[in-house]
Design a protein around this ligand. Structure first.
Ligand SMILES: [Ca+2]
Ligand SMILES: [Ca+2]
Ligand SMILES: [Ca+2]
Ligand SMILES: [Ca+2]
Length: 741
């Protein structure tokens, strides 16, 4: 020991002497305890009279000390004690030192702040010199001790706070507390500079979310960068970091937190807590977490219909169940997988259900957690069948020819019965438009015995299978049974036609503009309807099926629709058009030269030409023109023309045959220069005139025998006299020119 060091030694001994008296442990003796600053080398001697020395070190903050000993002694012991005398190190055995070559020994320890003692003491009877030096590195941790249990747990602000913690010889556990205001995902990130360390995550009741996550391969130079996440409900949680074996050191800790933004209403963990989901409107965002593995939703169908359940799942895998109100499973743990936080699995499935309350259960698959969106689309079936109709006694009566019933086969209704009753034998047709992929239809007799059944397939919700079948049946009651094939559900439209029970399409007599009723024939005791424009007139047919329905008179061309109804439906419809008799014919002049009578009346009418006792007839063409051939008639003959069609006869038209034949050239007896008369023969009753040049010199009327005698003044010999005759109609004969002799 040098002079300076000896002085120091004495000062230390003096300073330490008094407080050292109070130490309770016998291992530390006041006479040999000295303060040892860090990074200061002190030399000590073990002799048979000085068997041990104690050094005191003080750590202002937690950190790592490194104890270095160069021992020139064959063997010595070294202990490290805390301020209470607990042995951090017990009997570190430093051997193989010699007086010439020291044993270079060192060891380190992570320690909390405080006072510690290093005790060097004799082993056996070995004596000699040693040097001691203690290095110190602050851990620079910012965790707040004590934090050794949930009650002391240090709060961490998620997303912002970075903790540097420290596991040391005398602090093996650190607790941190996080508070989640909403459900969400936390990621715990730990950079561990420790060889190996444990991490637990606890809920507020100290249930272990994570148990002994073992984080290893850390080192003071290269931390292990570890991270893990978990989905949690709102609440307080504890992170516990604690020692593995005797490994110590620092770590960095932070917690990242993303709220799930779920809008479900917890607790919703069973049917009684089930959250009501509004059909077609509500999109629920739900969350399956470590501490919530089940969500129940309740839906209510006011009427039978189809629900589509849509789930966007951000979970790797999740279960979905559908129950009815009795707890029966409609869907049993449908397994929805391939979801991920970045790309949800877009899943959908549908079911046809009767009216009622149902439950959807979303539940955890294995340890998968995360978010999902749930919505339910609902379309009413709009079926008009009368449930219950599940057997012959409940069978719904189906009105043949009239009724189309829309029925529905659903998960909870697999059978519908319908009843028809035939008053007489005949052929019926059963028609089914099936929107089901496949369905059975049975025809049963009055005792419920099957007559036939049919497997009707290839229907779809968009395009129904249009099926029909005919059967001739004797009078009686029959049942039609529509029932489920396998698991197929959906809508159908059923009708039964029995045309033989309908009234015949009425036979209708013509209706003219003068008609005040529509008459005809159909089945007996049927109500006959006459529809004109927006008005309908009706009357029951009589015991022979004849009917007479009073109507106001109608204009020509008016369309009238006639049909009959009875208890089994409506007959076919007859259409008649109101017609009128032809118009009074117009006639082109008929002469004694004519070989026909022509003119115009209404189209397609029969034109009759009556002359004396004879009648000649012909149809008018499509424009109403007609031409009826007749024998030539004498002028003055009366002709009667009338036109007829199905609606009646026109007024009669009378025409008189006109004269169009000129008289023959009159004969002229010889005329002398003394003659005072010209005579001859001409057409009976014609007017005979004589001309000299253009001058009329006389005129007379032939008698009924054709004789005429005309008074003239005598004319000179050689004078040319022209004689002509003109009949009553003004027809002129040729001229007869004679010379006066
Ligand atoms: Ca602690
Ligand atoms: Ca939930
Ligand atoms: Ca039904
Ligand atoms: Ca039914």
């Amino acid at each position: 020991m040098g002079k300076a060091k000896q002085v120091l030694h004495i000062i230390f001994v003096l300073v330490l002497a008094l407080p050292a008296l109070f130490f309770q442990t016998k291992h530390i003796e006041a006479s040999t305890t000295q303060n040892l600053p860090f990074n200061t080398t002190v030399t000590g001697y073990i002799t048979n009279s000085n068997l041990e020395q104690t050094y005191k070190i003080t750590l202002p903050r937690a950190g790592k000390i490194k104890v270095n000993v160069d021992s020139y002694i064959g063997d010595i012991y070294l202990d490290l004690l805390d301020s209470k005398g607990n042995k951090v190190w017990d009997e570190k055995d430093i051997y193989y030192g010699t007086t010439t070559t020291p044993k270079e020994w060192s060891d380190d320890e992570d320690l909390e702040p405080g006072t510690y003692y290093i005790k060097v003491y004799q082993y056996g009877d070995n004596t000699g010199k040693y040097t001691l030096n203690v290095g110190y590195n602050q851990a620079n941790n910012n965790d707040v001790e004590p934090n050794n249990g949930t009650l002391q747990a240090q709060p961490i602000t998620v997303n912002t706070q970075n903790i540097t913690g420290y596991i040391s010889w005398n602090d093996d556990t650190d607790y941190y507390k996080i508070t989640l205001s909403k459900a969400g995902r936390i990621s715990i990130n730990l950079d561990s500079y420790i060889d190996e360390v444990y991490l637990d995550l606890l809920d507020s009741k100290r249930n272990k979310v994570w148990d002994q996550k073992d984080i290893y391969y850390g080192s003071p130079s290269t931390p292990k960068q570890w991270s893990d996440y978990v989905d949690l409900e709102p609440g307080t949680y504890f992170i516990k970091i604690y020692q593995y074996d005797d490994y110590t050191g620092t770590y960095n800790l932070n917690v990242h937190y993303d709220t799930a933004n779920n809008n479900e209403v917890e607790p919703n963990n069973g049917t009684t807590q089930a959250q009501t989901l509004t059909l077609n409107k509500q999109k629920i965002s739900g969350f399956i977490s470590w501490n919530d593995d089940t969500d129940f939703y309740k839906i209510t169908l006011p009427k039978a219909g189809r629900i589509s359940v849509n789930l966007d799942s951000y979970l790797d895998e999740v279960y979905l169940d559908l129950f009815n109100s009795n707890g029966q499973k409609i869907w049993d743990r449908l397994d929805i997988y391939y979801g991920s936080p970045s790309t949800p699995k877009q899943w959908s499935s549908y079911e046809d259900l009767e009216a009622g309350t149902y439950y959807i259960k979303v539940s955890q698959y294995s340890y998968n957690t995360g978010k999902y969106n749930l919505s339910v689309h609902y379309t009413q079936a709009n079926n008009n069948e009368a449930e219950p109709n599940n057997g012959t006694t409940q069978a719904q009566t189906l009105a043949m020819n009239k009724q189309k019933v829309t029925g529905y086969i659903s998960w909870n209704d697999d059978t519908d019965f319908y009843k028809v009753t035939l008053p007489k034998a005949g052929k019926i047709t059963v028609n089914l438009d099936s929107y089901l992929e496949e369905v059975y239809l049975d025809l049963l007799d009055s005792k419920g015995k099957q007559i036939w059944y049919e497997d009707i397939y290839y229907g779809s919700s968009s395009t129904p299978k249009q099926w029909s079948n005919e059967e001739t049946l004797s009078p009686g009651t029959y049942y039609i049974k529509v029932h489920k094939y396998s698991e197929h559900t959906g809508k159908y439209v059923l009708s039964v036609k029995a045309p033989f029970l309908l009234p015949a399409t009425p036979a209708v007599n013509i209706v003219s503009t003068s008609s005040t009723s529509v008459t005809g024939n159909t089945n007996t005791q049927s109500t006959v309807y006459v529809k004109i424009g927006s008005k309908t007139y009706s009357k029951l047919s009589d015991s022979k099926g004849n009917f007479k329905v009073t109507i106001p008179t109608q204009k020509t061309g008016t369309k009238i629709y006639i049909y009959a109804k009875n208890n089994y439906g409506t007959s076919g419809q007859r259409t008649v058009i109101v017609g009128a008799p032809p118009s009074t014919p117009t006639i082109t002049t008929v002469s004694n030269n004519s070989t026909y009578v022509s003119g115009k009346t209404s189209k397609n009418s029969t034109v009759s030409v009556k002359i004396g006792s004879k009648t000649y007839s012909k149809s008018s063409d499509s424009k109403g023109n007609f031409k009826v051939t007749i024998p030539k008639q004498k002028a003055g003959t009366k002709i009667y023309v009338i036109a007829k069609n199905t609606y009646g006869a026109s007024l009669q038209k009378r025409v008189t045959v006109v004269d169009r034949i000129p008289p023959s050239t009159p004969s002229v007896n010889s005329i002398s220069y003394k003659s005072k008369y010209i005579s001859g023969r001409a057409e009976a009753n014609s007017t005979v005139s004589a001309y000299v040049g253009s001058k009329k010199i006389g005129s007379t009327k032939a008698d009924k025998y054709g004789k005429y005698q005309m008074k003239i003044s005598p004319r000179k010999k050689g004078t040319s006299i022209k004689v002509i005759a003109i009949d009553k109609a003004g027809n002129k004969s040729g001229g007869n020119t004679v010379k006066v002799r």
